[in-house]
Design a protein around this ligand. Structure first.
Ligand SMILES: CC(C)(COP(=O)(O)OP(=O)(O)OC[C@H]1O[C@@H](n2cnc3c(N)ncnc32)[C@H](O)[C@@H]1OP(=O)(O)O)[C@@H](O)C(=O)NCCC(=O)NCCS
Length: 376
């Protein structure tokens, strides 16, 4: 038996891949996309520019950006078969289940699903980025018994998604806010869902299978599902004066506070201040400052008591809530944005592939004798 070279519960500290896409510098609270600090990108470039950056390793010029936007807009329409599948989902299906299954179904309706040429894979990547928002919006409208609107090609990614869920053209403020959330969520090193996508594609499976794996992984409350947990917690607490007692009791019972803590960041998550700023502006506008006040108090207590900082999910929850987005679409929005990173990682893995196959440390007995069935 060979002994594994490294063993770490939860693969903590283990380097699983080399990437040019993003770097999470947990010790100094820095996030880099292809050489650019997230703080230099946030508020200055759009989600489509980030897609281009992650997929082509440079920020686009005007012509490249226009081309990418037209390509994405042209790829939004879902195969009829996938729309039919979405319409058959029970209306109370949690959206992440619906999205995972519909994304998997996209593979059944793409004759090129198993075509492994790099050019085809690039096209499939764009199709997925363009279609995950449509799947999300269509499932949301289906469960409300509303008609499914055709995508609007003149609108960018964030605007089109808001238009499809609300049925009306969104305000510039709403579009810019969601777009910046997309930018901040687009990629994040070897996070759990990206790792899933890379493990799946490393078997030379296919792009749809890899992204389906990633969505299933993102869904969990320790990963993308935390943003829903934040708003549920805020609603449960109800008011600022109840925060201290609620958190004290939760910590006493060793419960995890959603939106707090991070495997890699041991200081402030650099995405959090951008989201906090947006949350402050929006919650003041909708006349419900209590959400941000409660959030700030929770963050203050967690830092003091446990030396843990707020992460990306903590303030994004208040931002989405203030935009009027239903709570169970928070994690799907994370998926829409992270599809940019997942697909870029899949393409990167394919460009220099090696099967990802770690070992386990056997902790069971050896040498057991097999007794005949009537003697066990
Ligand atoms: C993100 C997360 C899974 C990282 O987990 P991890 O690296 O495995 O860290 P651990 O769970 O080992 O936590 C280390 C310590 O901090 C505590 N801790 C970590 N996150 C905590 C939280 N959100 N609330 C309360 N305590 C927390 C742990 O209980 C543990 O304490 P202990 O040493 O006294 O046992 C974890 O912080 C968490 O569950 N956060 C809430 C979910 C969330 O927001 N996820 C989104 C991440 S972007």
């Amino acid at each position: 038996m060979t002994t594994p070279a490294t063993s770490a519960k939860g693969l903590e500290g283990v380097v699983a891949a080399s990437t040019r896409l993003s770097d999470v510098r947990g010790d100094i609270g820095q996030l880099i996309y292809c050489g650019y600090d997230i703080n230099k990108l946030a508020g200055k470039v759009t989600f489509e520019e980030i897609i281009h950056l992650l997929h082509h390793d440079h920020l686009p010029d005007r012509k490249e950006l226009d081309e990418l936007k037209s390509l994405l807009a042209a790829k939004r329409e879902l195969p009829k078969g996938v729309v039919e599948i979405i319409k058959k989902f029970p209306k109370d299906t949690p959206p992440m289940h619906a999205i995972r299954t519909a994304v998997s179904a996209l593979g059944c309706f793409d004759p090129e699903a198993d075509n492994d040429s790099m050019d085809e894979n690039r096209l499939k990547a764009l199709r997925l980025i363009a279609r995950i928002p449509i799947i999300t919006a269509y499932f949301h409208r289906h469960r409300q018994g509303k008609i499914l609107l055709p995508p609007e090609p003149s609108l960018g990614e964030a605007a089109n998604f808001l238009y499809l869920i609300d049925g009306e053209k969104p305000s510039a403020e709403k579009i810019n806010t969601l777009d910046m959330c997309y930018v901040l969520h687009a990629d994040h090193g070897m996070n759990a869902s990206t790792f899933s996508a890379r493990v799946t594609i490393a078997t030379l499976s296919d792009m749809y299978s890899a992204i389906t794996s990633a969505i299933g992984t993102l869904k969990g409350p320790l990963h993308g599902g935390a943003n829903e947990g934040v708003i549920k917690m805020l609603q449960e607490i109800g008011s600022l004066d109840r925060v201290d007692a609620y958190i004290a009791e939760a910590l006493e019972q060793k419960k995890k506070i959603m939106g707090i803590g991070h495997r890699v960041y041991k200081t402030l998550d650099p995405r959090a201040p951008h989201l906090k700023r947006m949350a402050q502006i929006l919650s003041a506008k909708i006349g419900e400052p209590k959400w941000i006040q409660m959030s700030d108090r929770i963050a203050e207590i967690m830092l003091k008591e446990k030396n843990l900082h707020a992460n990306v999910d903590f303030y994004s929850a208040t931002v989405y809530y203030s935009l009027g987005i239903p709570t169970d679409l928070f994690t799907p929005i994370f998926a829409i944005a992270r599809a940019a990173g997942w697909t870029a990682h899949v393409l990167e893995q394919l460009s220099d592939n090696r099967l990802i196959r770690p070992q386990s440390q056997y902790a069971g007995p050896v040498g057991l004798k097999v007794k005949p069935i009537d003697q066990r």
